[in-house]
Design a protein around this ligand. Structure first.
Ligand code: AMP
Length: 399
């Protein structure tokens, strides 16, 4: 089956055409600056990157350009769009109503729309992408794969906030969690890679990228995760603060005479390691270089990031009453040896021992802990597109 995987952001669109039988990517790329001007990157497997600049007022034009590139007689990888069997869409928020992947119908579209205020940057773009594909490829199945779905197995003690019940009842205010496709894929790959018994397994996945979250996965199901109603809760991230005392909001709003929305923008876009490094960078490559050159703010940013990760891992080991495996993934988890080393330095008490030679590796599945470590630690690159492709095939084959 040829599955077109689409991941729409507010002004961007990433895509991959995957052959589900071989799980090979036939072509991939992205459209940027949608609604501003428009720029498309297209790369067929084994071929050169092509860059096309053309107006993209909406996601519709962006998807039209992607489809034209896929069937372009010179560099395309398909003879006609009939060869696309299904489209898999990453959708941020399914709320409490859509708790697993679905073939998109009117009800699914309505729920995605109802969740606009829970995912104001992503859900409208996700729906636009779905509607554009429906218009440009009528009759093809579109599958929505939700970032929140994997976390729907959390028990109430993990997902309820200790605020008046009326807010839960009226507005469904609760922890939802995000990066679910990645946590599901990586925890599943960990179980396979280490030969664990899924029904008797305790895995902690640390997805550390520009956005970062951790999940506790017991017997293959999510027991807890660090992001909340929105992706702001939990770990310190590139530009997001993660956990903080909510009273900080009122204090700063009152003293700086700014609105709650302005403050939330600051907590999402101007905080995290970017803020702790005194606005040096949100990218760990820059922070590591600066730290090695004696920059104290960069060192503090990295230390605080790792400390928060370690605190969450410790609390999830407690939540599951033990842990068999800890897996690092995401741009930082897969590449930044310094972060893995600092995080693991907190876990002598769990009998975790890291192999420094292994820690030099990056970008592949590998075991980071020594054979006598009481808990196995590994690195498994995430592949959300492949996970979306697999979900899409499963749903379409069952329909
Ligand atoms: P992601 O959001 O998962 O794509 O991760 C992106 C982040 O990963 C970047 O902002 C960097 O902080 C980090 N990153 C990517 N490559 C490296 C690397 N080679 N060393 C350290 N950090 C990296």
């Amino acid at each position: 089956m040829n599955v077109l995987v689409i991941n729409c952001g507010s002004s961007s669109l990433k895509y991959q055409l995957i052959n589900s039988d071989t799980e090979q990517v036939a072509a991939k790329g992205l459209c940027e600056r949608i609604g501003v001007d428009g720029r498309m990157v297209y790369q067929p497997a084994g071929g050169e990157k092509e860059i096309t600049e053309a107006p993209m007022p909406t996601h519709n034009e962006a998807i039209r350009m992607v489809l034209e590139a896929l069937v372009n007689p010179k560099t395309g990888v398909l003879k006609s769009l009939d060869e696309v069997d299904a489209i898999g869409h990453r959708v941020l928020h399914g709320g409490a109503k859509l708790t697993r992947s679905v073939i998109v119908d009117d009800y699914a579209k309505q729920v995605i729309r109802e969740c606009f205020d829970l995912g104001p940057l992503h859900n409208p773009a996700n729906l636009m992408g779905i509607e554009a594909c429906m218009k440009l490829m009528p009759g093809k199945p579109n599958v929505a794969v939700f970032d929140t779905a994997f976390h729907q197995t959390m028990p109430p003690k993990a997902y309820r906030y200790a605020i008046p019940t009326r807010y839960y009842q009226k507005y469904a205010i609760r922890k939802y969690g995000f990066h679910g496709t990645s946590h599901s894929f990586v925890s599943g790959e960990t179980i396979k890679f280490l030969g664990l018994d899924r029904n008797n397994s305790k895995v902690i996945v640390a997805h550390l990228g520009n956005g970062a979250s951790i999940s506790a996965v017991k017997n293959g199901k999510c027991a807890d995760t660090s992001m909340g109603l929105t992706p702001l809760e939990g770990l310190i991230m590139g530009t997001r603060s993660g956990d903080l005392d909510p009273a900080v909001l009122e204090y700063i709003c009152n003293h700086e005479n700014i609105t709650v929305s302005q403050m939330l923008h600051i907590l999402n876009k101007e905080s995290g390691v970017y803020a702790l490094s005194d606005n040096l960078s949100s990218d760990f490559r820059d922070l590591e270089d600066a730290m090695n050159n004696g920059n104290e703010s960069a060192a503090l940013a990295i230390d605080a990031f790792c400390y928060r990760v370690a605190k969450y891992i410790g609390s999830y080991a407690a939540a599951m009453n033990g842990v068999d495996a800890i897996t690092f993934t995401g741009g930082i988890g897969e590449n930044a040896g310094i972060v893995r080393e600092k995080v693991l330095s907190y876990f002598g008490y769990l009998g975790i021992k890291m192999d420094p030679e292994q820690n030099k590796k990056r970008g592949e599945n590998f075991i980071l802990s020594t054979p006598d470590s009481r808990v196995t630690v590994c690195v498994i690159p995430t592949n959300e597109e492949l996970a979306i492709c697999r979900e899409t095939v499963e749903l379409v084959s069952r329909a």
